[in-house]
Write a protein that binds this ligand. Structure first.
Ligand SMILES: Cc1cc2nc3c(=O)[nH]c(=O)nc-3n(C[C@H](O)[C@H](O)[C@H](O)COP(=O)(O)O)c2cc1C
Length: 240
């Protein structure tokens, strides 16, 4: 059995419907191969962040929305491959995708780095009628990269359509070709470990800040307990 046969894939759709974006995400997941779980926003999580700071001041599990958030958070932590997808709405990812991502501020490497991110790959996918794929993908890769995900890829498609049946055949072919090429890359990089360069840089900057400026709790204690003020690094302690 190839390693990718047992790859765990989680797709978070930034929309409720099965349109062009959903189809592109599913096309990629099918080509990668593995066990896929899908969540739709807002159907499976519909809460905007309250801005109460409970997660930053205590921990994410104390978030007032944690009961609803937990199935998605746990699935993402268990996954080998994360796919976040969103249609472009006014040049950005959908509001519901952004509201979802707002809940994971503590996962950012500048707060409480998650060792398990170092073994994951992730893809941000967006489709637009014409433009805005780059900024919509960026809305999603900002979180994926700052969570420390090992490899983060972007796929944007200008589909010249508002629904899948309208996508011109040549664009459909491009979607097939690009998802196939990315699936091969993902399969090749499976099992590799390490934070991406952006996360490593921010880890180094925060480590310097922790050592030279008054520490912020509970972040400081979390880093200390993991040994990251010394020689330990989150990408070296990830579970097998
Ligand atoms: C509210 C709204 C805003 C949109 N904004 C843009 C935009 O800024 N640029 C663009 O090219 N298409 C825009 N579109 C079109 C969609 O991004 C495009 O049709 C996309 O492929 C739809 O994906 P879906 O089939 O997964 O819903 C917008 C559509 C909606 C409903």
């Amino acid at each position: 059995m190839e390693r990718t046969d047992c790859m765990k894939i989680v797709i978070i759709h930034g929309q409720n419907h099965e349109g062009s974006t959903c189809l592109a995400a599913r096309a990629l997941a099918e080509k990668v191969g593995g066990e896929t779980r899908e969540f739709f926003l807002p159907r499976d999580f519909d809460r905007p962040c309250r801005g109460c700071y409970t997660c930053f001041q205590t921990e994410l599990s104390k978030c007032p929305h944690y009961r609803e958030l937990e199935p998605l958070a746990s699935a993402m932590l268990e996954a080998d491959l994360l796919i976040l997808d969103s249609p472009v709405y006014v040049y950005h990812a959908t509001g519901q995708m952004m509201s979802f991502l707002d809940h994971f501020g503590t996962w950012w490497v500048v707060h409480r780095p998650m060792p398990e991110m170092s073994r994951k790959q992730a893809v941000a996918i967006s489709t637009a009628a014409g433009g805005g794929m780059k900024s919509a993908c960026r809305d999603m890769t900002d979180s994926l990269e700052m969570w420390g995900v090992h490899k983060v890829y972007k796929l944007g498609f200008g589909v010249q359509a508002v629904k899948p049946s309208e996508i011109p055949a040549w664009i459909q072919k491009t979607i097939d070709k690009k998802t196939a090429a990315l699936a091969r890359k993902i399969q090749k990089n499976t099992g590799k470990q390490g934070y991406n360069p952006r996360a490593r840089l921010w880890f180094a900057l925060m480590r310097f800040a922790h050592r030279h400026f008054p520490p912020a709790e509970p972040d400081y204690g979390y880093w200390e307990a993991h040994g990251w003020h010394g020689k330990g690094r989150p990408w070296k302690t990830a579970r097998e």
